[in-house]
Design a binder for this molecule. Structure first.
Ligand SMILES: *Cc1c(COP(=O)(O)O)cnc(C)c1O
Length: 371
């Protein structure tokens, strides 16, 4: 099955892990700090804090901006559930802002969602394309709100006007195997704010600060969300390859953009040429009519033909849990969910594989429209 995304682990990654396993210190050691420094260097951020996954990183970010019961935060329904769940877990209420036809939060609708209770805006850089951070930063400054970028898809994305993490309080990356680079499980937060950096580090490790000799004190509430040093060693090695991985994804994406122009039923999401996207997801949009009505058949046929297609995402506000607590549908998100299909696009996929993907799409469109 050609998955929509997957890791690429090479021999030098395996060697990096083996030598990390032979170190005296397997967690809480210097390798993790080296990985954090490398993330700073790559992203241009002043500070980086790794986590054992991006979900705990989200929880940490929400915690350190003091998101709590009766607070609200504005986010997008077209994301992985963790974006909203982590805030809900602290007792805050996610307020969903609808998306544009490209799946990104519609910045023009954010301001109308702001109330006395709003504390933060949490845009998601869906697929690796960047939300309109200039506008979001402007709105946040005007209303004195925190901005936390869920950049789980977007490690390595940049545009001329926007480096991830430069127009917000914090940005969060995920190193899950399907994401741009992997540490197996893992995540990180970048920030330019020293106070947030200190608080994130405390939250990650029980709120305990070490002192001289046996001295230590617990200063704040915290948990254990540390990334281990073996994962960090893998991350350090993978990070060296991120540009190569993105170039490979870019190549495939441009090939798909062109190939899809000849398929009436499917439309690519064309990105501005000034944007370098990580291309974590390559979404195609099913045009109206017969194929859309038969998306389930089409999807099943693609899977049977060995294409590990996926749909990103079922809107969070339409998940059973959220419906049960009273969330209502949003038109743009529902339409995007109805039409979207993610096709394989990753660094382990060859150009020949991509041709097979296009041919399989064509065959399955024909077969689906026939019966
Ligand atoms: C993957 C993902 C997360 C969660 O990342 P984990 O590292 O698996 O915890 C959060 N938000 C988005 C948008 C994601 O895609």
């Amino acid at each position: 099955m050609r998955s929509y995304s997957r890791q690429l682990i090479e021999n030098d990654d395996i060697e990096a892990v083996i030598s990390a396993l032979k170190q005296d210190i397997l967690t809480g050691g210097a390798t993790n700090e080296r990985f954090e420094n490398a993330i700073c260097e790559y992203s241009g951020a002043k500070f980086a804090v790794t986590f054992n996954n991006a979900t705990s990183a989200l929880l940490a970010a929400y915690y350190v901006v003091d998101l709590k019961k009766n607070d609200e935060f504005i986010t997008t329904p077209i994301s992985f559930a963790a974006t909203a769940n982590a805030g809900l877990f602290l007792g805050a209420r996610p307020v969903f802002c609808d998306v544009k036809p490209n799946g990104l939060i519609d910045e023009a609708q954010i301001e109308a969602k702001i109330t006395q209770k709003t504390k933060a805006i949490v845009p998601v850089h869906y697929s690796g394309a960047l939300a309109n951070m200039q506008e979001i930063a402007r709105i946040a400054a005007k209303h004195r709100l925190a901005v936390i970028e869920d950049a789980a898809h977007a490690f390595g994305s940049k545009s001329r006007a926007n480096e991830v993490g430069s127009l917000s309080d914090m940005a969060i990356f995920s190193f899950h195997p399907v994401k741009p680079i992997t540490t197996l499980e893992g995540g990180a937060i970048i920030t330019n704010n020293e106070d947030l950096w200190q608080r994130l580090k405390l939250f990650r490790s029980h709120g305990i600060k070490k002192g001289e000799l046996w001295g230590q004190d617990m200063l704040r509430l915290g948990l254990n969300f540390r990334l281990n040093d073996v994962s960090a060693a893998l991350g350090l090695n993978q990070l060296k390859k991120l540009e190569r991985f993105i170039n490979a994804r870019q190549d495939l994406a441009l090939f798909y953009d062109e190939a899809l122009s000849e398929i009436d039923e499917l439309e690519p999401v064309i990105l501005p040429s000034s944007l370098r996207s990580s291309r974590h997801i390559y979404p195609v949009i099913i045009q109206g009519g017969r194929l859309l009505a038969k998306k389930r058949d089409f999807f099943a046929r693609l899977r049977a033909a060995g294409l590990g297609v996926q749909v990103h995402y079922k809107p969070i506000n339409q998940m059973g849990f959220y419906k049960n607590i009273g969330y209502k549908p949003l038109e743009g998100a529902d339409d995007f969910y109805a039409r979207e299909l993610s096709i394989p696009c990753h660094q382990a996929l060859s150009r020949q594989d991509a041709r097979t993907v296009i041919n399989t799409l064509k065959e399955c469109i024909r077969a689906t429209s026939r019966d």
